[in-house]
Structures are given as structure tokens and as C-alpha cells.
Design a protein around this ligand. Structure first.
Ligand code: IVH
Length: 672
């Protein structure tokens, strides 16, 4: 019987470590948390009943030990170096030129990899067992965080050789501890729920979690780890090239990120930079650049070091996504639906590749939660194409005269009073289309590419038209004439003609576009299409009551109520009639009976490039079969169709366990 327990324990250890690896290294969690916990508890119980079978590398040894008073110092056996940075292609070309000259070689092979934005650590393994882990510290001395690192489930507690035995060698593994973005977000949610301070970014969260004196806290923090190098290695011969060493580490069971390869010459470096730049937003963790290393270790040795950084490697940084600056003031912007958004006015700062002077504070609650005050030094974040936001405050730099900001009691644009519903984050102006701000946003929405598609009618022009009292409703656009437009400042005859042309062309539209263009709250593009298809004509739609509206798939009580409110407003009906009178038209058809199409009620997301269909064709085919096509993956998504070069949406689909179809499967589905 004894051996039965031993083999069950061994099996559980293996299985749990596999799940750890899938979650923390591959980013493809394979079982629900509850299942994982069940396996874990079974192992704990068996080990408690059979203490003689407990091993040091059991996953149950990752739950943390008693708190320390302070961290002991660790002298690194070989220094932990830093990297020089390159911020431009020219600096990379200069790096390559220096190396070719120093080595007198025509071209160089480089190992290229990610620059993880976490914390450098050193892991010591003796005879294959994890014995000590330390932070980088000043490069020669770090802090002993062994107990904390033991709780990091991506870090192997033992290294194994090719046949699965303990590796008979003393090895130092170097790499980066980091926190996946999703775990960072979950952690901040928890911090919020517990009324504790949130972390500004995953790096700070990882650092704060690793430097806990109580490793039981670290154990709850979901840290991850990737290796990028080897320190001392005794008792086993390592390959003579960097890529070979990384492959060797991976074979021993050390996590090494898949985004790495060997390239030739400077073009190879720059291509890798561009490629990773495109994939950056879709990665499950933050990186702040890529790293280039001369691949051949004997060449590395010949190149040597300058000060604390190697000559043979360089970090090519992406434009920083975060920067510090001063918050000069707070403005309040009014959106299309009247929502009041506090916007930070900032001392200009270069972040995410552009100069930023404004960043959103989202809403009153967010502003309070982050405790943002005028005069504060703030951290501004601009990731990818996302609107810049204030991520947090540097409290240590708060000046004595920093001031709280109160949301205004009336709309700053039209003076109407503002209200806030109990379940909403936003204050809203009650002025409706009386409010010039809402009017402008409504006009911009009406003219938008996916709505009436009036080319050239952007925010500057809308500002001018509304401020000059030439336009106050969408219907007024169709009454504009040459003389009114050319009277605007900086408006030439040519541009005026173009605008009139664009307005004229927009008269010929579709019912779906028209419904969407009206800007009814909660009625997006997809809902507008559903409504147009179902009701066939505007009069049918206007005649529908809330119950009839809710017979349309995906229309619930909230959307139905928004529509009833909108159409109940005499002003809105009037604008619609004026638009029809001005010649805005579309094709109509009989209302669809409530027939059930093959994909009625199913939501699809398209991502990547399909070889045989354009995105529009694929979407049209799906919609014709009753499916809804959405732009983002959520729990409500039924299928994700992934073409080549799929990015974050595919990652998200895997995360949520949503069915993914490749192009062949998709074609079968729509043709079958
Ligand atoms: S190699 C001999 N590779 O960047 C060179 N470092 O600025 C030693 N880092 O302290 C470092 N990703 O924390 C190397 N793929 C990578 C890296 C990386 C992130 C960090 C590491 C290091 C810092 C140097």
C-alpha cells in the first residue's frame, strides 16, 4: 500500500507542476482554479498522513514560511550586470558596427529575445535542487529572497537531466520575475476590495510582492519567471552559444520565453524589433524592449565589458509607456451622452512615442481611489493606441499645497444640473441636445465613418459650425449652403465644396447606418444592424413598443428602454422627419418574421487575416446566417475565427476557453 501512496504523491506533484507551467509560463491555463485546489489539497492530505514521503520540491512547499525580520545579504559569485540601451535604429547600427570592427568580422549572428519588465534575480541550484535565490541588488550584492522565490510556481524547485533524474551540477540561472497583466489586474481588484493601495503597474506589483518579509504573502501573488542567462555553471558542460544555453535551460525544466531566435546582421535585429513591437500589446506580460546578444560565447568573451555592462549585448527600448509629470489642473469634458469626464492637464511629457498634455482620469470614483490632487506628480500611461490615462500618484512627491478637485454641480458647458444614478460611475449633464458639448459630440457621431460617413466633418469643423450657430441638429447639416460655410474662418471655397459634396453623398445610406447615426444610448452598430434587418423600415421601428423591441435577439430591457426614451422625445422625432424631408433615404423591406437562422443568438469575433475572404466578406456571411459579429472577445463570445497573425484576441479566447476556428473550419461552417 505504501508504494501506492508514493506513486499517487509523485503523480500529483507532476500534475500540479504541469498546471503551474501552463498557467505561469505558457499562459494557457488548463483547469479551473477549483480543480487545481482539489489536487493541491489531496497532495497536502497525503503528505500530512505520510510525512516520510514529503519531498523538498513538492508543490506544497510553495506556500511560504514564517516571516523574516530582514533579508540577509548575498554576494553574487559573478556580478549581475546591466545592459546599455539603444533608443533608435541608428544606435543599433552603431552597436553592430562597433562589434564588427572590434572582432574584425563582416557579419555577426545575434541571439535576440524580449526585454522583460520585471526584476532580475539569480537562482542557485545545487545538484539540481533549488537552494538559494537573490535579487540583483547593486549587481555585486543582493538580498536573499529564497523563501519568497520558492513560492513562485514558474520557478522549478529542481532541475532534471534528459532522463528525468536530478541534474548532477551546480548551476546559477538568471532571469526576470514578473507578473502577468491579468494577475496584476486581479491583484488590484482585490486590493481595491480590501481598501488597500493599488499597484501602479505590473513591475511594481512584482517588486512589492517579491520583497515581502512574509513569504506567505508572496505565495498569494501569482508571480511568474523567465530565464535569460546562466551565471556560474559547474559539473556540466554548457553549449558555446547563447541560443544553445537557453535551449539547455529549457530542457532542464527552466522557463524560457518562446519569443527568441538567432538572426544575422543589423537587418535581422531591426526586423525582430518591428515584429515584437507589433505583438507587444498582445503579450500576456509587459516588456520594455528587446535584447540583442552576440550569440557566440567566445566572441562575447573577446568583446568583454565596459563598466557594468557587456559590450556584446544591448537593450533596444520601445518608447516608454509610462512617464512622470506634473498635474497642472483638471478640466471636465462632456461626452455625447452627457457623461462628465475629468481630464488631467499635464506638463508636456513624452510617453508611448508621443507628447502628451492631457490624460483621462476616467471618473470621480477613480480620481478619489487614486487620490489624485492638483499639483501632484503623476504617472501617465499610454499603451498602444489607448487614450492616455493617469495611472497613479507619486505620493512621496506631493507638494504641501496639492489641492483636491471637486466635480462641478452643473454642466461646465451649458450650466444644466448634473445627476448621477446609483449604479453609475459618471455624472451626467441633463441638458441633452440643448448642451453644445453634447450637440457637438452627437454631430460627430452622426457624421462618423461607420454612421453617415460624412468625409471631412471633423471636430474642428463641428466646433465652428455649432459655435457660429449654423448647425445645431444633424438635420441642419443638409440645410447648409456655400455662403454659410465660406463665412467660417480659414474656410476656402474648395474645402466648402468638398464638404457640401460629402454631405450630399451621405443622403444615400442604409437603414442600419441611419439608426446607428442617431446616437441612441446603448444602440451600437451591431444593434442597429439587428434592428434594421428585423424591422425593415423606419416606420415599423418607430411603431414598435418595448416588448416588440425585446423580441430582437440581444435586445434586453435596458436597450429597449433607451430606445423608447429616445423616440418619446418630440425633438428627436422632429429631427428624424427633417432628415427624411431633406432627402436622406435608404432601401426598405418587409419586416422579417421571427425566423431562426442557423447562427441566431451566436456571437463571433474575427481576428487575424483570412487567406480567402476579406474581413467584410466574412462578417457579411456570418450576419446573413443570423450571427452577431463583435469586435472584442468576452465571456459572451461563442466562436473566435482566427486567421494568420492573430494577436491579443486569440490569447484572450484561449484564456476564456472559447472555441477557436481556423480558416478551413470556418469555411466549412459557413458553406455547410
Ligand atoms: S541580460 C549580461 N536579457 O534588464 C547582461 N537582461 O538592463 C545581463 N532584462 O538587470 C542581462 N530582459 O533585469 C538580459 N532578455 C534579457 C532581459 C534582461 C530583461 C533586465 C535584467 C537586467 C536589466 C539590464
Amino acid at each position: 500500500m505504501e508504494s501506492g501512496f508514493a506513486s499517487r504523491i509523485a503523480q500529483l506533484c507532476r500534475e500540479i507542476e504541469q498546471h503551474n507551467y501552463r498557467y505561469y509560463v505558457l499562459d494557457t491555463p488548463s483547469i479551473p482554479d477549483a480543480e487545481y485546489d482539489k489536487l493541491f489539497r489531496e497532495l497536502q492530505t497525503l503528505e500530512a498522513e505520510h510525512p516520510e514521503l514529503l519531498t523538498l520540491d513538492s508543490p506544497t512547499q510553495r506556500i511560504g514560511a514564517s516571516p523574516l525580520k530582514c533579508f540577509a545579504e548575498v554576494a553574487h559569485r559573478t556580478p549581475m550586470l546591466s545592459l546599455n540601451n539603444a533608443f533608435s535604429f541608428d544606435e543599433v547600427r552603431a552597436f553592430d558596427a562597433r562589434i564588427r570592427e572590434a572582432l574584425d568580422l563582416k557579419t555577426i549572428d545575434y541571439a535576440v529575445e524580449l526585454k522583460f519588465d520585471g526584476l532580475a534575480i539569480n537562482l542557485s541550484y545545487r545538484n539540481g535542487l533549488f537552494v538559494q535565490g537573490a535579487t540583483r541588488g547593486d549587481g555585486s550584492t543582493g538580498e536573499d529572497v529564497t523563501e519568497n522565490l520558492r513560492t513562485v510556481r514558474a520557478i522549478p524547485l529542481r532541475l532534471h537531466n534528459a532522463v528525468g533524474d536530478d541534474l548532477a551540477a551546480d548551476v546559477e540561472v538568471r532571469g526576470e520575475v514578473l507578473m502577468f497583466t491579468r494577475d496584476f489586474e486581479k491583484l488590484n481588484q482585490q486590493q481595491r476590495a480590501n481598501g488597500e493601495k493599488e499597484f501602479v503597474n505590473p513591475r511594481n506589483a512584482a517588486a512589492g510582492s517579491l520583497r515581502q518579509l512574509d513569504s506567505r504573502i508572496t505565495a498569494t501573488r501569482h508571480l511568474s519567471f523567465y530565464a535569460y542567462g546562466v551565471g556560474i555553471c559547474e559539473g556540466v558542460d554548457l553549449p558555446g552559444r547563447h541560443d544553445g544555453q537557453m535551449a539547455q535551460l529549457a530542457l532542464w525544466g527552466v522557463p524560457v520565453a518562446a519569443h527568441r531566435r538567432v538572426v544575422n546582421g543589423v537587418d535581422g535585429l531591426l526586423n525582430f524589433y518591428r515584429e515584437i513591437g507589433e505583438q507587444r500589446a498582445a503579450l500576456p506580460y509587459a516588456i520594455d524592449g528587446v535584447v540583442y546578444k552576440v550569440n557566440d560565447l567566445s566572441l562575447q568573451q573577446r568583446l568583454g565589458f565596459v563598466a557594468r555592462a557587456p559590450r556584446f549585448a544591448i537593450a533596444h527600448k520601445f518608447p516608454a509607456e509610462e512617464a512622470m509629470t506634473t498635474l497642472l489642473g483638471i478640466d471636465v469634458q462632456v461626452g455625447r451622452t452627457g457623461a462628465l469626464t475629468p481630464v488631467a492637464r499635464l506638463a508636456p511629457v513624452f510617453v508611448g512615442g508621443v507628447t502628451v498634455t492631457n490624460a483621462t482620469l476616467h471618473n470621480e470614483d477613480e480620481m478619489r481611489r487614486k487620490d489624485v490632487r492638483i499639483g501632484d506628480t503623476v504617472i501617465v500611461r499610454r499603451a498602444g493606441d489607448v487614450i492616455p490615462e493617469v495611472a497613479g500618484v507619486v505620493l512621496a512627491r506631493r507638494p504641501a499645497d496639492a489641492r483636491l478637485f471637486l466635480m462641478p454641480a452643473v454642466c461646465p458647458v451649458c450650466g444644466s444640473h448634473v445627476t448621477r444614478e446609483a449604479d453609475e460611475a459618471a455624472w451626467r449633464c441633463t441638458g441633452g441636445l440643448f448642451c453644445p458639448a453634447q450637440r457637438k459630440q452627437a454631430l460627430l457621431h452622426f457624421a462618423g465613418r461607420r454612421a453617415m460617413n460624412i468625409d471631412g466633418l471633423g471636430d474642428k469643423l463641428v466646433d465652428q459650425l455649432v459655435d457660429a450657430h449654423l448647425v445645431s441638429t444633424p438635420a441642419d447639416l443638409y440645410k447648409l449652403g456655400m455662403s454659410g460655410i465660406t463665412a467660417l474662418p480659414r474656410m476656402g471655397e474648395k474645402s466648402a465644396l468638398n464638404l457640401l459634396d460629402a454631405i450630399d453623398n451621405s443622403r444615400n445610406t442604409t437603414l442600419a447606418r441611419f439608426i446607428f447615426a442617431l446616437g441612441i444610448r446603448n444602440v451600437g452598430e451591431a444593434t442597429a444592424k439587428d434592428l434594421a434587418g428585423r424591422f425593415g423600415s423606419l416606420d415599423n421601428l418607430l411603431a414598435a413598443d418595448a416588448a416588440r423591441l425585446q423580441q430582437v435577439p440581444d435586445i434586453g430591457p435596458v436597450v429597449a428602454q433607451s430606445m423608447m426614451d429616445f423616440f418619446a422625445e418630440a425633438h428627436n422625432r422632429e429631427v428624424i422627419e427633417q432628415l427624411r424631408a431633406a432627402g436622406v433615404h435608404w432601401d426598405e423591406h418587409e419586416p422579417h418574421p421571427d425566423k431562426i437562422l442557423p447562427f441566431t443568438g451566436k456571437t463571433f469575433v474575427l481576428t487575424g487575416t483570412l487567406a480567402t475572404l476579406s474581413r467584410q466578406q466574412a462578417q457579411a456571411a456570418l450576419e446573413a446566417m443570423g450571427a452577431k459579429v463583435s469586435g472584442s472577445v468576452s465571456k459572451k463570445t461563442d466562436y473566435v475565427v482566427a486567421g494568420s497573425e492573430s494577436g491579443s484576441k486569440l490569447v484572450r479566447a484561449h484564456e476564456l476557453g472559447i472555441a477557436v476556428l481556423n480558416e478551413d473550419e470556418f469555411l466549412l461552417l459557413i458553406k455547410g
